[in-house]
Design a protein around this ligand. Structure first.
Ligand SMILES: [Zn+2]
Length: 533
């Protein structure tokens, strides 16, 4: 007898093909049959008439390694229909954490993971002891973390033995099943690496058949050079590259989305394996200290905070930002565009813009930024409205750019339910399907679902996942195409979406009648020579 039959829904299978009505039969964690009608027996029958039955969504770009150990039920993700997450992006990973360097890693990730307990661990131990969660997890090791473990925050090239150390740590992570390496060349210490260092690590990836995901060196005034750098590393090493959260930041770069997409298409047509992802919002999220000029980010947190206390340094920061905009984000229309998301030591600041804080204190915005960072021990996280809606739409329409939230799994109750995190945390997938597909008709439903399922599954090499197909793993999301919508806003972000009715992970129901039932059937999916599974 089957475990579950989902009856009469419109199956959108994840390949981009149009919907067809069928019964989807689940048993032993797999899709046993797709028939119309199914006449066999099943322990549970769900009426899905009028609903879409899709593969579970793959969030190819996340930082849920910062939260899953404290919120293993991954509420903000599964309630969006997400069944698999790729973690460890942008150069940040929680492992390896080597003896004597744990505190450094904890301090480094404080703006991102203030709630996470850090401990000494190899990558293999980390993967082995990862908690049981409601979603499947695919791990990456971060270049910034490897650099921290090997050479701290030092701004220089690695010595040969240090490069060998980084290669060895990368190799250990890959042997433990990591998908590949992520980089965050936009911020220290990743930003201290030259392309040659990335290529040396890329050679290790090539030997293992692993891939490279990069938050490129610059997403504003030098975005084209930064994308070229990522493509060149992939080409030199013959590896797959994923350019994450593709965007054009800074008012003077707005309108160039067609040119960026053309550059990536050209690379693809000359044979490069290049993929991209995007979140459907005009604001980004980042630690506040990353907005400072690069020189001001040098050193550990103590060094940075001591620098920010000095009036002469503030004058220099003010002049640099006036001349060339914010690091990574370029020129913003005003300081109203930078809003505090999470301030662990001053939670009352959450939701307030830098312009408002400057106004309240009758001070200059740069003084407000420096004062906030000092008061918050450098741990403040912000949301920055730095993109244009036209560019967001142009990139979203491209069938070759996948959907990735760039967020972490949260729960609205408990320690992660605080502050004003970016609304993408709760809203990414339903926002695409409701706002952009149904309301604006920017792209078709099968194309949007392909960008969330079959497309990323093929790019990642997932074994028998990402499609509604017989014998595939039963990761399934059922939603109402008429009511699916994001509800999370910048002012009120801890809001679940509407319209997601059933979510099945590895054949087990996690969301039933729109509610999380507390099951945690997720697996850690490891890369091997056969693929990722
Ligand atoms: Zn990033």
């Amino acid at each position: 007898m089957a475990d579950l039959v989902i009856r009469g829904g419109m199956v959108v299978d994840g390949t981009g093909a149009p919907p067809h009505v069928a019964d989807v039969v689940v048993g032993d964690g797999r899709i046993l049959a797709i028939e119309h009608p199914y006449t066999g027996a099943a322990r549970r029958s769900l009426d899905a008439r009028g609903k879409i039955v899709a593969p579970g969504f793959i969030d190819i770009k996340t930082h849920s390694d910062w939260t899953l150990p404290v919120v293993p039920a991954a509420e903000s993700k599964v309630r969006q229909g997400v069944t698999t997450e790729v973690i460890g992006h942008c150069g940040y990973s929680v492992a390896p954490a080597l003896p004597g360097r744990v505190e450094m890693l904890r301090e480094y990730l404080a703006p991102s993971a203030p709630w996470l307990p850090f401990r000494e661990t190899t990558f293999a131990e980390y993967a082995e002891t990862f908690p049981r969660t409601s979603v499947n997890t695919i791990m990456q090791v971060g270049h910034n973390t490897l650099r921290l473990m090997t050479m701290g925050m030092e701004r220089r090239e690695p010595k040969p033995d240090e490069l060998t150390s980084m290669q060895r740590l990368l190799e250990e992570a890959l042997d433990a099943g990591a998908l590949g390496l992520s980089s965050g060349l936009f911020t220290a210490p990743g930003s201290y690496a030259e392309s040659a260092e990335m290529a040396a690590l890329g050679q290790v990836l090539r030997r293992h058949g692993a891939s490279y995901a990069t938050h490129v060196r610059n997403e504003s005034d030098h975005v084209f050079a930064a994308i070229d750098e990522a493509l060149a590393v992939a080409e030199a090493c013959d590896i797959r590259v994923q350019i994450v959260h593709l965007k054009l930041s800074g008012t003077n770069n707005w309108g160039q989305a067609p040119k960026v997409l053309a550059a990536i298409d050209a690379a693809r047509s000359r044979g490069l394996r290049v993929h991209c992802d995007q979140y459907p919002y005009t604001a980004a999220g980042n630690p506040l200290r990353n907005l400072l000029p690069m020189w001001a980010q040098d050193g550990g947190v103590e060094t940075i905070l001591a620098r920010l206390a000095a009036p002469a340094m503030r004058t220099r920061i003010r002049a640099d930002i006036a001349a060339s905009g914010l690091t990574s984000f370029g020129r913003i229309p005003s300081w109203d565009a930078v809003r505090i998301a999470i301030s662990p030591h001053h939670p009352e600041y959450a939701g307030t813009t830098i312009a408002e804080i400057a106004d309240q204190r009758s001070c200059d915005p740069i003084d407000a930024v420096c004062d906030c960072l000092i008061a918050d021990r450098g741990a403040t996280r912000v949301v920055i409205a730095s993109m244009s809606e036209d560019d967001v739409r142009e990139i979203l329409r491209s069938p070759t750019v996948f959907v990735g939230s760039d967020s972490f799994a949260l729960s609205p109750s408990g320690i992660t339910g605080t502050g004003k995190p970016h609304p993408r945390t709760y809203g990414t997938f339903p926002r695409v399907l409701g706002h952009y597909v149904r309301d604006l008709r920017l792209l078709s439903l099968p194309t949007a679902i392909y960008k969330m399922t079959g497309g990323p599954a093929a790019a990642l090499g997932l074994i028998e996942r990402g499609l509604i197909r017989e014998n595939y793993r039963a990761d399934i999301t059922v939603f109402d195409p008429e009511t699916i919508a994001d509800r999370a806003t910048y002012d009120d972000p801890h809001q679940y979406p509407t319209g997601i009715e059933t979510v099945v992970v590895n054949g087990i129901i996690v969301v039933d009648g729109g509610e999380h039932v507390g099951t945690r059937p997720g697996h850690v999916l490891r890369r091997s020579s056969r693929g990722v599974g």
